[in-house]
Design a protein around this ligand. Structure first.
Ligand code: FAD
Length: 519
């Protein structure tokens, strides 16, 4: 017997479950289908202000009050202390020379600290995905939608009025039909295989690999890494997504409140080969040995699960939608964990599909809206690829790496402010990539960044980046007096009010509303 639904969603990561709940709230009949079972270990953990703003917007708009507290550290701790997470006050970067291991540089020229929140209460989080995703899928079930886990899908067929899925569950054959299918099964996922979709390169992006695990017994870096000139950093450096950057790659360290730490390396093929990443745990030890601060931090650490080696990190699907199906952005492509862009891109896709289900379901507009969705998803993936390719090209030119990163932080803080002020039209695309002037300017800047050959070219490019971000810079980024440490400063935002077409009073009101000042 075939069970028929409006919408089938394949993959119950956070995005599949969230979209399933949204579609259910919109009155659609939904089935959520998962290959494995929760809790399951999955990587991709660090959220950002835009991620959490999107989560807040979606859970408010679609009336999901039990999920909403997960958009901020303080509410999360009060309402769901049983769901493990990490405190993320900002982005911490340190630069290293793997061929010349030494402790930190005496000044701040080899570090970049960008705060994302002024205090813990409203700060971002790292999602401990085993707990987080299990919670969401349980919420989806609690709402009453159908959930089939441990399901092995073996067939996909599309006709004029439905898609049909065949498979097995617990030894029994199952058959599901739906008017529409969303693939939320990640890169090289269900439809990629079932339809034999073509994989494309991200233009100009180097081939990269990853090696990672979860660890216990990792110490805090702040106790090991001397702070240059003894000033207090804008936030505790470990309460962040910590990036250790070096020629050809970088290491992430994310600490959770359950004693676990997620850590791994992403590296170009050339560096991965040099470091022999395929050796797993042995390779990890060799890498630590070349970064004294990390070697101390991980001296008593234990990998709590086998290392995962990903021989190819980036992915891009040539096709993103059909007439009766769509890939979520996370199934359509992936660039790199650098700058935590996976979640916001995915949630932008969830929001767009939610709007299509809300306003265009069953109308003649549906097909055209779906094509727009696919074009937006592709455009944002390519823009992210260009930014991160330029960062990879400059991992050993840390001052230019810093300037390029500021470009990301400027667009992110501008977009967040615009959305929070109720002016999303000012920032309608990720990285503002479809802005008529800024978008093409970024393409040229990223292209130059991949070609830089001299110190002078590098300095000129850094200056041009600062000029390009000026109209969107609401956070005092690039101010030389800050010397690479950027706290969240309400005055920066107030002074930049006109950039977001607001008055200083409106901005101060917004900051109050968002809990900037602790009572
Ligand atoms: C190494 C690494 C680090 C990352 N770090 C970050 C980060 O710090 N911040 C960030 O924003 N993003 C990060 N990302 C990206 C992030 O992981 C993704 O954006 C995110 O996981 C997408 O969530 P999702 O729910 O769409 O898919 P997933 O979490 O990938 O879930 C997909 C689900 O589909 C199921 N599935 C797969 N195939 C099938 C099938 N055939 N049938 C049924 N079910 C199936 C899987 O079992 C899984 O449960 C990282 C990615 C990688 C690779």
């Amino acid at each position: 017997m075939t069970v028929r639904y409006d919408i089938a969603i394949v993959g119950s990561g956070f995005a599949g479950s969230l979209l399933a709940m949204i579609a259910h709230r919109l009155g659609r009949s939904v089935v959520l289908i998962e290959r494995g079972r929760h809790p399951r270990v999955v990587i991709g953990e660090s959220s950002t202000p835009i991620t959490n703003l999107l989560l807040e917007e979606l859970t408010t708009r679609y009336d999901l009050p039990s999920v909403r507290p997960l958009a901020k550290w303080g509410n999360w701790q009060r309402t769901h202390p049983e769901i493990a997470c990490g405190l993320k006050r900002g982005f911490t970067f340190y630069h290293h020379d793997l061929d010349n291991p030494r402790h930190s540089a005496p000044d701040r020229s080899e570090q970049l600290l960008v705060a994302a929140s002024p205090h813990d209460e409203i700060s971002d989080t790292h999602w401990y995905r085993a707990d987080f995703d299990q919670f969401l899928v349980r919420e989806a079930q609690r709402l009453g939608l159908d959930y089939l886990d441990e399901t092995n899908l073996t067939g996909f067929a599309e006709s004029d009025d439905e898609v049909r899925l065949e498979g097995t569950r617990h030894g029994e054959k199952i058959s599901v039909s739906a008017e529409f299918l969303v693939d939320a099964s990640g890169p090289r996922g269900f439809l990629h295989c079932a339809l034999g979709l073509q994989e494309l390169q991200l233009p100009g992006f180097p081939a990269t690999q990853a090696l990672y695990s979860h660890f216990s017994g990792v110490r805090r870096l702040e106790n090991l890494y001397p702070t240059p000139d003894r000033q207090s950093p804008p936030y505790p450096v470990d309460d962040a997504a910590v990036h250790h950057v070096f020629d050809g790659g970088w290491i992430w360290v994310l600490q959770f409140n359950n004693g676990m730490t997620s850590a791994g390396i992403a590296a170009t093929d050339a560096l991965a080969e040099k470091l022999k990443l395929t050796d797993g745990a042995d390779a990890w030890q060799r890498i630590l040995h070349r970064i004294p601060a990390l070697e101390s931090q991980f001296a008593a650490a234990k990998a709590e699960r086998p290392f995962t080696h990903m021989p190819r990190l980036a992915f891009r699907s040539a096709t993103i939608s059909g007439s009766r199906w769509a890939l979520l952005p996370s199934a359509a492509g992936f660039v790199d964990p650098l700058l935590s862009t996976g979640f916001p891109l995915t949630l932008l896709g969830v929001a767009r599909l939610g709007e299509i289900f809300e306003h265009d379901w069953g109308t003649e507009r549906f097909a055209a809206r779906l094509q727009t969705y696919a074009a937006q998803t592709e455009g944002e993936l390519l823009a992210t690829g260009r930014l991160i390719a330029s960062l990879y090209a400059n991992m050993n030119n840390f001052s230019l790496f810093t300037s390029l990163s500021l470009l990301y932080f400027a667009t992110a803080s501008f977009s967040e402010t615009a959305r929070r002020l109720g002016k999303p039209h000012l920032a309608s695309s990720f990285l503002l990539h479809n802005h008529p002037l800024f978008g093409p300017a970024c393409i040229r800047l990223f292209e130059r960044a991949r070609q830089v050959r001299s110190g002078q070219e590098s300095d000129e490019l850094a200056e041009d980046i600062l000029k390009a971000i000026e109209p969107f810079n609401v956070a005092g980024l690039g101010d030389p007096r800050r010397r690479n440490w950027y706290p969240v400063n309400p005055e920066d935002l107030a002074h930049s009010a006109s950039k977001v077409e607001a008055s200083q009073d409106e901005v101060m009101e917004l900051l109050k509303r968002c809990g900037f000042q602790l009572q």
